[in-house]
Design a protein around this ligand. Structure first.
Ligand SMILES: [Zn+2]
Length: 454
């Protein structure tokens, strides 16, 4: 029965040196042009000294650290893990040195590495780490990119020591404050007729049922709409990234993969979309998040390379980083919680996932998923009314803009069906208009990868 037993834990090598290197690399990516400053835990040569407060936490296998201490930073209450609550001053400025009294290196490593997911054995029925088991849920901070706030503390210290202002990353030729990545998981292209047909049967309307069946047999399905989806995003100067699912048979647990076949005709249409600037990438089938060979075969055979997102947002924290590394993708964009919008790793920029098996950063980029259409309205997730969607998203977009991050939006092609009035095309357009007004730079997954690795 699915999910399979959890893979064994490999105790991590997360020494102070490993944590420092991993975190400082991301700090440098967040603030390009950081001057060479000696940052560390203790030592006479340090210019920025961070309190070492994680004790034995990283040599053990506890998924959760002690509760955070909340401090105000930038007018916002922020949870600081591995803090010393008796120290009222977060930063102590000396002439050419700054002391930071909270262990923001360990706290940033804890959140960014996904430590809780690796060491927790909680999984939902799809084998995913549940939002309900997260520190973000326990301490209620999923909508705050807390690691970016830690980096802002570090930035303040670096500016004091160097005397130079530091700026967050900017995006595109216009140097926009933030980027937006619009993508579409293509699960279904042939099933738009099913719900109304079932309803017609249930309401004992055989005439209507016959009409719908006839339309299904003679006309394209409303969800067979990839070109229309691309046109809808192009309206805002954006180019869509499509994640194509090349498996049309169900998984062993009976859950559905694609309802369509990746035929030669569809491959030709995808080629034409690529010619128009869209990116076509891999939607990993059920089971492939834990099986590198399956993933490799399915992607190579169908020319679906470069980027990946797993179907159902499947991700086994103990295996999937290695699986993606071993199949050579440039980036993944799976890591958001299906249950709730926000920052699963408390970070609004792309990052390199930590591989606990090797004790170092992975070789692929994670563009974390900020908002999925299904999350906004689904019986098991949020059940927002159409006019509640933008008010819920605006603060998350504002946090991302504040720190030069990427808003990653997943809007399934089937939710461009005009029949969907809850999380459908109207809500998509409302969101796009807002992001455009806020001055975002729309980029495909590959463009984000290139900008980040340039
Ligand atoms: Zn999917």
């Amino acid at each position: 029965m699915f999910p399979a037993p959890l893979p064994c834990l490999v105790p991590a090598s997360a020494s102070a040196e490993v944590r420092l290197a991993y975190v400082l690399r991301h700090f440098q990516l967040a603030y390009p042009g950081v001057p060479a400053i000696a940052i560390g835990y203790a030592g006479t040569q340090l210019q920025i000294e961070v309190a070492d407060l994680s004790a034995n936490f990283f040599s053990e296998i506890n998924p959760y650290p002690p509760a955070p201490h909340w401090r105000e930073w930038q007018g916002q209450q922020i949870p600081f893990f591995f803090d010393n609550p008796t120290e009222s001053q977060l930063l102590s400025f000396q002439e050419k040195k700054v002391l930071i009294s909270a262990d923001i290196i360990s706290a940033a490593f804890y959140l960014l590495s996904g430590w809780q997911e690796y060491f927790s054995s909680e999984r939902d029925r799809h084998g995913r780490f549940p939002y309900a088991a997260s520190v973000q849920k326990t301490h209620n901070f999923l909508t705050l990119p807390v690691v970016n706030y830690y980096f802002d503390v570090l930035k303040t210290a670096v500016e004091h020591v160097s005397g130079q202002p530091l700026a967050v990353r900017r995006w595109g030729t216009v140097r926009a404050d933030f980027a937006t990545f619009i993508s579409h998981d293509v699960d279904n292209m042939r099933s738009a007729w099913k719900a109304p047909a079932k309803a017609a049967l249930a309401q004992q309307k055989p005439g209507l049922f016959s009409k719908l069946l006839w339309q299904h047999l003679t006309q394209p399905d409303a969800w067979d709409n990839l070109e229309a989806v691309a046109a809808a995003t192009a309206h805002y100067g954006a180019e869509s990234t499509f994640f194509i699912l090349p498996v049309d048979y169900p998984a062993t647990n009976g859950l559905r993969n694609a309802d369509y076949l990746l035929t030669t005709k569809l491959a030709q249409r995808l080629h034409a979309l690529r010619q128009h600037g869209c990116q076509v990438a891999m939607h990993g089938s059920l089971g492939s998040a834990t099986n590198a060979e399956k993933l490799h075969v399915e992607s190579e055979a169908n020319y679906l390379v470069g980027g990946i997102r797993f179907h159902y947002l499947c991700w086994e924290p103990r295996l999937t980083v290695s699986v993606v590394e071993n199949t050579g993708f440039e980036y993944d964009s799976t890591l958001g919680f299906a249950e709730h919008i926000g920052f699963r790793h408390s970070y609004c920029q792309p990052f390199y996932p930590f591989n606990f098996s090797t004790g170092r950063a992975a070789n692929f980029l994670e563009i974390p998923l900020t908002v999925m259409d299904t999350t906004l309205h689904h019986p098991a997730y949020l059940q927002l009314a159409p006019d509640e969607i933008l008010p819920v998203l605006r603060p998350i977009f504002a946090e991302t803009k504040k720190f030069g991050g990427v808003v990653s939006v997943l809007w399934h092609n089937e939710n461009f069906d005009p029949a969907n009035t809850r999380n459908g095309p109207q809500q998509f357009h409302q969101l796009m208009r807002y992001l455009e007004q806020e001055g975002t730079q729309f980029l495909t997954g590959r463009e984000i990868y290139r900008a980040f690795t340039a």
